[in-house]
Ligand binder design. Structure first.
Ligand SMILES: Cc1ncc(COP(=O)(O)O)c(C=O)c1O
Length: 348
């Protein structure tokens, strides 16, 4: 597969910006190359310097945890940055298209719209599995990227691995598999399939299991050619120094992350049990993530009443296939108790 052929023609010969930190690597005594403040910092002294544009130390640590080589890793300002960069790199505005499988994470559609890229929607089936035939029918030469999300937001289910592998082997474009919630899943990541499929792009994030949503740090794993293309078009210092430092620290706390995941999964079972005892709850969808999708009588009204009680959940009741549904993040025992007490009161 020739990834370069998929790239938008005007990017084939782009001269990327070359930052001061690109041009001189290594240790020196005097740095007068980047117009930084040589006199100090109003906050933490080390942050007066620009950060490593390619986040080498952080990528080495991520690579060790994920068993992926450094050159197969791209880091973004949240996963939302690589979603946007991929569309910008490969889809010609007004001409090319992406396929999405709603209901799913909203940013694929928003990023495509921002970039004036056509969106082909192949809704999930009623059981939230992929409509494989529909996807293959929707594929035509203008389709550059298929976005899949597993476990899927907002439905919570994982996509059948065989379905993903079939798309990867038959589709001549790129397949983005968003694994933002993979750490909560009983199913394994497809990261090991990167070596078998040059068109596979996997997204993961520090925002969920790692508990670092505020750092805005998304991971992308892909073929080196795709990584090189994104490095060419990304803003020079897209990951700030504080985020790099804090993520490096987090990676030495893998055991803590796994402990929290265990606690969240235990609490999820508790949440499901409590929800099943509420008369207005019609259905609790099986979840491989850190949230549950719940079908409930008068969902929108319930959502508003919960807000009055200062409990915020996500109203998905107007989303196709999620009619009458609320999406509830697994909170702490105390948070869930408050939610359940309010739901009981509302359903009376
Ligand atoms: C499926 C999915 N992908 C990506 C993201 C965003 O991740 P990040 O915080 O890394 O931008 C979310 C956030 O809710 C999500 O649900």
């Amino acid at each position: 597969m020739e990834i370069r052929k998929l790239l938008r023609p005007h990017l084939q010969h782009l001269t990327p910006y070359s930052s001061a930190r690109d041009e001189f690597k290594g240790a020196a005594e005097v740095y007068l190359d980047a117009n930084e403040n040589s006199f100090g910092s109003t906050s933490v002294d080390k942050y007066r310097r620009y950060p490593d544009p390619y986040q080498t130390e952080l990528k080495e640590k991520i690579g060790a945890v994920k068993n992926v080589r450094l050159e197969n890793i791209f880091l973004g300002n949240g996963s939302d940055e690589p979603i946007d960069l991929l569309i910008r790199a490969f889809c010609n505005p007004g001409k090319d298209s992406i396929i999405i499988t709603p209901p799913t994470y909203g940013m694929y559609e928003v990023s495509a719209n921002i970039n004036d890229v056509i969106i082909k929607k192949v809704p999930l089936k009623k059981d939230f599995s992929l409509d494989i035939e529909g996807i293959f029918e929707a594929i035509e030469p203008g389709v550059k990227i298929i976005f899949l999300c597993s476990p899927n937001n907002p439905t919570g289910n994982s996509i059948d691995r065989e379905d993903i592998l079939e798309i990867l082997s038959k589709f001549q474009g790129l397949v983005v598999l968003d694994e933002a919630y993979i750490d909560f899943s009983s199913k394994p990541s497809l990261i090991g399939e990167l070596k078998n499929h040059q068109n596979l792009i996997i997204l993961q994030t520090f925002s969920k299991a790692w508990g670092l949503a505020s750092l805005r740090l998304g991971m992308m794993f892909a073929d080196v050619e795709i990584i090189d293309i994104l490095n060419m078009i990304k803003p020079p210092y897209n990951i700030n120094g504080a985020s790099q430092d804090l993520a490096i620290k987090a990676l030495s706390n893998l055991a803590h992350m796994k402990e929290m995941v265990k606690d969240i999964l235990r609490q999820k079972r508790q949440l499901e049990t409590s929800l099943s005892g509420i008369p207005s709850v019609q259905k609790i969808y099986p979840s491989d993530a850190n949230f549950v999708l719940v079908k409930i009588n008068t969902a929108h009204d319930t959502y508003l009443k919960l807000i009055d009680a200062k409990v915020i959940v996500r109203d998905r009741s107007k989303v196709e296939l999620c009619e009458d549904c609320l999406r509830i993040t697994v909170g702490t025992e105390k948070e869930i108790k408050k939610l359940i007490a309010q739901l009981k009161q509302i359903s009376r």
